[in-house]
Design a protein around this ligand. Sequence first.
Ligand SMILES: Nc1nc2c(c(=O)[nH]1)N[C@H]1C(S)=C(S)[C@@H](COP(=O)(O)O)O[C@H]1N2
Ligand SMILES: [Mo]
Length: 162
Amino acid sequence: MRRALIVAAALLLAAAPARGQTLTVQPERGAAVRMGAAELAALPRRTVRGADHGQPEAAYEGVLLSDLLRRAEAPTGHALRGPQLSLYVVAVGADGYRAVFALAELDSSFTRRAVIVADRKDGRPLDAREGPLRIVVEGERRPARWVRQLTRIYLVRAPEPR
Ligand SMILES: Nc1nc2c(c(=O)[nH]1)N[C@H]1C(S)=C(S)[C@@H](COP(=O)(O)O)O[C@H]1N2
Ligand SMILES: [Mo]
């Protein structure tokens, strides 16, 4: 019995993807979409230069957050209009840290500034404190929304004011 339990636990661990390699994207409605290394690898790459607190400027590389959201049915480009402008995104780190972006802030039809989910810094994978995934915002003066150890993305609709 005990042996069977140990074997079962070992099998479960072996089947689990490497921790942190998956990102959960929760659409406004419906089931969450899990994105692993394969899904990320299929998207176009972008590089954003920026500096963390007291650090020299670095080249962060990854995929556009809006490309991930599009895969979770978020409206982009021409479809991001009217009532859809009340949508916002909550980026969550493994420690529960959260930062909010309006969906329009992430869309290349609204802004020139790329917001990426980075997996590399100066050509190397992000270290365990920063990654494996981190939000990086082009042109942002402070890195406070650069969520480290990014695990979840929520798409949320702002409530109607009362
Ligand atoms: N997951 C997570 N990401 C985070 C934070 C955090 O506490 N947890 N702090 C933010 C803030 S306030 C800053 S300034 C930058 C750099 O934080 P650091 O100096 O702790 O690396 O990361 C941002 N991303
Ligand atoms: Mo900060």
